[in-house]
Design a protein around this ligand. Structure first.
Ligand code: ZN
Length: 250
C-alpha cells in the first residue's frame, strides 16, 4: 500500500474528520505568506515599519492611511485568488458527510468560495468588514471600493474595519470554543500547511482524542513524531489524490 492509499483508507474508515489549515493552504492559491521570505511585505523595504507592526492594532489606530493602503493591496490580491485543489477536496469531503469542520488560520475566504460550509476562521475573514459605529457588514468588493484609503460607512460615516484579527488583538472566544469542540469530537485530524508554531492555534491539537493524525506540510514540524502519517508534500496534491482513491473504493 502506498502512503496515499493508506491515507485514503484512513479517510474511508473515519467519518468525523476535521481539517486544521495554515498559510501553506493559501500559498497554493498564490497568496504569499506575508512572513515568508518571498512575502509581499518583504519587498516594501522603503517603509520604516515591519509587516507585523503594520498589521497591529496600535498601527491601525495611529496610522490609518498607511494601514488601509497596505491592507487594500493585500485584500485586493485575495479577491483575485481562486480556491485550489485542497479547498475543493475539503468541500467535497464535507458534502460526502466525512468532514465535519475546517479550522483555519487563513482569512481569505477561499474555503467558502470552494463550497465548504462549516469553516471556523481563527483569525477572522476578509469577507466581512464591519462599520465600527453602526455595525453594518460590507462585503469584500464593496469594502475595497470604500478604501480611499480610509473607508467610511456610507450609511453613518463610521470607519469600516476588516473583521480580521490584528496583532495585539485577541482571537474571537466563540470561534475558539467551536474549534476546540470540533477537534475534541473528531475521529481524524488532518493538519495542512502549517508548521504548528503559532500559538494559541498550535495548542488546539492537544484537544484531539481520535486515532488518526495526518500532517501534510513542506517542512518538518515539532509534531511530526506524534503523527499517524506525515506527508512532505503539497496539501492540494495529497488531499486530491486521497479523495480520488476514496471515491474509487466506494
Ligand atoms: Zn455605519
Amino acid at each position: 500500500m502506498t502512503p496515499v492509499e493508506r491515507f485514503a483508507e484512513l479517510l474511508r474508515t473515519h467519518d468525523r474528520i476535521v481539517f486544521f489549515g495554515g498559510a501553506g493552504v493559501s500559498t497554493e492559491s498564490k497568496i504569499p505568506d506575508f512572513r515568508g521570505k518571498d512575502g509581499l511585505y518583504r519587498q516594501k523595504t522603503e517603509l520604516p515599519w515591519s509587516p507585523e507592526e503594520m498589521l497591529s492594532h496600535h498601527f491601525y489606530e495611529e496610522h490609518p492611511v498607511e494601514f488601509y493602503t497596505l491592507y487594500k493591496e493585500r485584500e485586493g490580491m485575495m479577491l483575485q485568488a481562486q480556491p485550489n485543489r485542497a479547498h475543493y477536496a475539503l468541500a467535497e469531503l464535507e458534502r460526502m458527510g466525512k468532514l465535519s469542520a475546517v479550522v483555519t488560520q487563513n482569512i481569505d475566504g477561499l474555503h467558502q468560495k470552494a463550497g465548504s460550509r462549516n469553516v471556523l476562521e481563527l483569525h477572522g475573514s476578509v469577507l466581512r468588514n464591519l462599520c465600527q459605529k453602526c455595525g453594518r457588514d460590507y462585503g469584500m468588493e464593496e469594502f475595497l471600493a470604500l478604501c480611499t484609503p480610509v473607508p467610511h460607512c456610507p450609511a453613518c460615516g463610521g470607519v469600516v474595519k476588516p473583521d480580521v484579527v490584528l496583532y495585539e488583538e485577541p482571537l474571537d472566544g466563540f470561534t475558539i470554543q467551536c474549534a476546540v469542540e470540533e477537534i475534541a469530537r473528531a475521529d481524524m485530524l488532518i493538519i495542512g500547511g502549517t508548521s504548528l508554531v503559532v500559538y494559541p492555534a498550535a495548542g488546539f491539537i492537544d484537544y484531539f482524542r481520535g486515532d488518526a493524525l495526518v500532517l501534510i506540510n513542506r517542512d518538518e514540524t515539532p509534531r511530526d513524531r506524534s503523527c499517524t502519517m506525515v506527508f512532505r508534500d503539497s496539501v492540494g496534491a495529497v488531499l486530491e489524490e486521497g479523495l480520488r482513491l476514496l471515491k474509487e473504493k466506494r
